[in-house]
Design a protein around this ligand. Structure first.
Ligand SMILES: Cc1ncc(COP(=O)(O)O)c(C=O)c1O
Length: 358
């Protein structure tokens, strides 16, 4: 692994107790930074004490939103070892987001090395309690100081880490989601496939309306016909109708979820029929009414899988699987978390060990 210059903090923070951890509230002691300058490429990788960035008010990211990020986790297993889950795939997705947003890509190896170096240094920050993990947030922002709409010529890559609690404190729990016929998240030909800040800003109003109506998440439908399922909150969506598992295709408006890809691979290993095809809200509601909709769930790094207990649409509430977690949803959760924490075999080689820095 590359040796990056490290400036260690002189004021390490106290680490919170594992059972007080929420999501994204506590950040570790150090961060990884690297600059990009046109003509020179990426340069000056370094690890420094965690702290505020100093940005000129005219910095382009603050006005024109060239900002991308990714999100993955490191898990401490019962054996004490720390593993990253599908780090290469997350690094590749950061680069895909970069291409879509006219930003410079980074060598995947260098992204991986930044993960290993910072998590290695902060090894003690990876919590120990079952279900907890260390969240990694690699980010790239445009840093030109210039008011004008254009792809920037300078960028900053930073990686920060946050110890996070278990998404489910008392076992996997079904959620209520609302299919929105008014809000949309992304359009074909736009930025829906990128993990870019603007997509999350665009999702806030829909999320707020759903919460006011008593639902946890919004199920976004396509932006043209308001008919086909896109994704739910910050998760991809899957459902089981009869013997077929269906999930919307990667057709430009949804994120290529790493959990989605992992779930598809596992279900195909198990001999299940998994189809990536457009699925309309009318088909889902009809299957719910005639009893063939067996399970529905979201997939994402935060929760792994999130069963949908109730689906609301145009004033109708469909209760799925009696509002309980389905057998396939539970099997996916158990299998993926088993691999992440090193409790079960990892036949696809999805995890990689991170050793503590010496
Ligand atoms: C919009 C969106 N869709 C889907 C996902 C799920 O992707 P992953 O499984 O890679 O976490 C996320 C979370 O990263 C997301 O933000």
């Amino acid at each position: 692994m590359a040796d990056f210059p490290i400036t260690r903090t002189s004021q390490p923070k106290p680490k919170p107790a594992d059972d007080t951890l929420a999501f994204g509230k506590v950040l570790t002691d150090h961060m990884f930074l690297m600059d990009y300058t046109e003509g020179e490429g990426w340069h000056s990788p370094r690890i420094v004490p965690y702290g505020p960035l100093s940005l000129d008010p005219a910095t382009s990211v603050l006005h024109y939103g060239q900002a991308i990020f990714d999100g993955l986790k490191a898990f401490r297993g019962p054996d004490g070892q720390v593993r990253l889950f599908r780090a290469d795939r997350h690094a590749e997705r950061l680069n895909r987001s970069a291409r879509i947003m006219c930003m410079p890509e980074l060598p995947v190896d260098l992204i991986r090395q930044s993960f290993d170096a910072l998590v290695g240094l902060e090894h003690d920050w990876v919590p120990r309690k079952a279900g907890t993990s260390l969240y990694l947030r690699p980010t790239i922002i445009a840093t030109d100081v210039y008011l004008g709409v254009h792809p920037a010529h300078s960028y900053l890559y930073f990686l920060i880490l946050s110890p996070v609690g278990s998404y489910y404190k008392e076992g996997v729990k079904p959620v209520r989601i609302l299919a929105s016929d008014s809000h949309v998240r992304a359009v074909k030909g736009g930025t829906g496939e990128a993990k870019t800040a603007a997509n999350y800003a665009a999702s806030l109003a829909g999320q707020q309306d759903a919460a006011r109506a008593g639902y946890t998440q919004v199920l976004y439908l396509d932006a043209v016909e308001h008919k086909y399922l896109d994704e739910v909150g910050t998760m991809n969506i899957m459902l089981r109708i009869g013997d077929e598992v269906i999930t919307p295709p990667l057709a430009g408006t949804i994120l290529d979820g790493v959990t989605r890809a992992s779930a598809i691979e596992l279900m195909r290993d198990w001999g299940l029929k998994v189809t990536e095809r457009p699925v309309s809200i009318d088909e889902v509601m009809a299957a719910g009414r005639n009893g063939t909709l067996r399970e529905m769930w979201g997939t994402g790094t935060a929760a792994v899988v999130s069963p949908v207990g109730t689906l609301g649409y145009k004033g109708e509430d469909l209760v799925i699987n009696g509002g309980e977690t389905g057998a396939l949803t539970q099997r996916l959760y158990d299998t993926i978390t088993g691999i992440q924490y090193g409790r079960s075999n990892d036949p696809h080689g999805w995890t990689s060990l991170v050793r503590p820095a010496v």
